[in-house]
Design a protein around this ligand. Structure first.
Ligand code: AMP
Length: 114
């Protein structure tokens, strides 16, 4: 199977501005930020989307959720607040078929989203 763009970033075959990595996941700055702070957190495991995760991924998903908080603290986002988003499929506006959590901050974010 051809690697996804995000697998290539995780494998350092494509450059990105990394802000965190460990054996399970990696976080880097979005190349086209939708807010002053726009970070993508991905598992190293190439899950195409959130609904493709299975019970065997439970620990990995918990790890990712905990890392959202850690990254928010590390990047100083907690006081101002931030948003975490997982897009899925066509109507969810997912463009890269590798599970990723957007972490957005640095301006008031609208709700509901467009
Ligand atoms: P989504 O639309 O939820 O699939 O999000 C994919 C995100 O990946 C978008 O916000 C893109 O701006 C971002 N993106 C695409 N290519 C790169 C790249 N080479 N480095 C960092 N972010 C990227």
């Amino acid at each position: 199977m051809e690697k996804t763009l995000f697998e290539k970033i995780a494998d350092k075959e494509i450059p990105a501005t990394l802000i965190y990595e460990d054996e399970h996941c990696i976080a880097f700055r979005d190349i086209a930020p939708a807010a002053p702070v726009h970070i993508l957190l991905i598992p190293r495991k190439p899950l195409p989307s959130i609904e493709s995760a299975s019970p065997e991924d439970a620990q990995l998903l918990a790890h990712l959720m905990l890392k959202v908080g850690d990254i928010a603290r590390q990047e100083g986002l907690v006081d101002g607040g931030f948003r975490s988003v997982i897009n899925s499929g066509r109507d969810g506006a997912q463009t890269v078929p590798h599970l990723h959590i957007h972490i957005l901050a640095g301006r008031p974010l609208l709700w509901p989203p467009g």
